[in-house]
Design a protein around this ligand. Structure first.
Ligand code: F6P
Length: 366
């Protein structure tokens, strides 16, 4: 009898998810004779086997994954509010509660006959995967996130594309900033890790980069703007991670719904408001938001995601459950998921990238 392997995408989407699905399905079916079960909307499809997302759970054939390598999003749908250990349900009165439906997931996986599940997700999905492994439902992890904050891998796919999108947006903003002698603030994604801000800011020659790992003071940023003006550069570009916070303060949370991470927004506006008390400047704020998560993956992300999908199917073939595929230097390797989630990968305020930025005169707000 054919081995049955589930595959799902969890957490926020990012460019490259479809490339992983394509590679894992092609290799799983064509090389190993697996039957591949696509689970809809993260684990929602295993909480309820009749769950209907856009397409519902379905067996995937190689023909179903033709032409998806270049497409953003995910053909399986995803969710960052469907953790079965704290699943959100509404009661008859419309009140929202969190409840543990993880046993049902394990039972449903057995009903379908799944040997295990390939879970493509970020740190949240990897933590959930580990809890299911501990409950006896085997999983293999594939690390994705535009934030690039997962431990045990040099890079997650999605990050390179997001940095490219942010860089291009900042390049465009520079033209208009220069024309109007303005200070332009750009808010990019990055909840706990400032990788997108640091890389996109460096790639586009930003004048200040504020990341969550370095609580900022506004005085050095204002000083940088004044110095540039004195040198004849009448405009400045400031890149702000959504999770950036002032020294002694907290990140800008706009909403916190049950079963979801707090939603961050307003970090750049807060910087602009603070700066307006220190300097006289015409300022504009642009929030890039989910634009950074959509669209066709870059060549780097297509290749990395394809390598990850291939490696995940090979791990399943060898029965090496409980592991996460990972990029180390030139090679795809694997680590226990438990190890990968031990510590997030954050920007090191004293690391090479930050020291180089400071040496180039970029204000990091410290
Ligand atoms: O984790 C990726 C990420 O893009 C974060 O940078 C951001 O805070 C979050 O997802 C936004 O999630 P949502 O899609 O729920 O707004």
């Amino acid at each position: 009898m054919a081995r049955k392997i589930g595959i799902l995408t969890g957490g926020g989407d990012c460019p490259g998810l479809n490339a992983v699905i394509r590679a894992a399905v092609k290799v799983g079916v064509e090389q190993h004779g697996f039957e591949m079960f696509g689970i809809e909307d993260a684990l929602s499809g295993l909480v309820d086997l009749d769950y209907r997302g856009p397409n519902g759970n379905r067996w995937l054939q190689p023909r179903d994954v033709n032409q998806i390598l270049t497409r953003g999003g995910t053909i399986l749908g995803t969710s960052n509010r469907s953790d079965p250990f704290r699943f959100v349900v509404k009661d008859a009165a419309g009140a929202v509660h969190e409840t543990d439906v993880s046993d049902r997931v394990v039972e449903n996986a057995k009903k379908v006959g799944l040997e295990g599940v390939i879970s493509i997700g970020g740190d949240g999905s990897m933590r959930i995967a580990q809890r299911f492994i501990d409950k006896g439902l085997p999983m293999i992890g594939v690390p994705k996130t535009i934030d690039n904050d997962l431990g045990s891998t040099d890079q997650t796919f999605g990050f390179d594309t997001a940095v490219g999108i942010a860089m291009e947006a900042i390049d465009r903003l520079r033209d208009t900033a220069e024309s109007h002698d303005r200070v332009m603030l750009v808010e990019v994604m990055g909840r706990d890790a400032g990788w997108i801000a640091l890389h996109a800011g460096t790639a586009s020659g930003a004048d200040a980069i504020l990341v969550p790992e370095i609580p900022y003071r506004l005085e050095p940023v204002a000083k940088m703007i004044e110095k540039r003006r004195a040198e004849g550069q009448k405009y400045s570009i400031i890149v702000v991670s959504e999770g950036a916070k002032p020294a002694g303060g907290e990140a800008s949370v706009v909403e916190h719904k049950a079963g979801a991470m707090p939603r961050l927004q307003g970090a750049a506006q807060r910087v602009a408001d603070g700066l307006s008390k220190l300097i006289d400047a015409d300022m504009r704020v642009t929030v890039l938001g989910h634009v950074q998560r959509g669209g066709s993956p870059s060549s780097f992300d297509r290749i990395l995601a394809t390598r990850f999908g291939h490696a995940a199917a090979e791990l399943a073939a060898r029965g090496e459950w409980g592991k996460m595929v990972s990029l180390r230097g030139e090679n795809i390797v694997s680590f226990p998921i438990a190890e990968a989630i031990r510590k997030p990968k954050l920007v090191d305020p004293r690391g090479q990238m930050c020291e180089m930025a400071r040496a180039l005169g970029v204000s990091l707000g410290d």
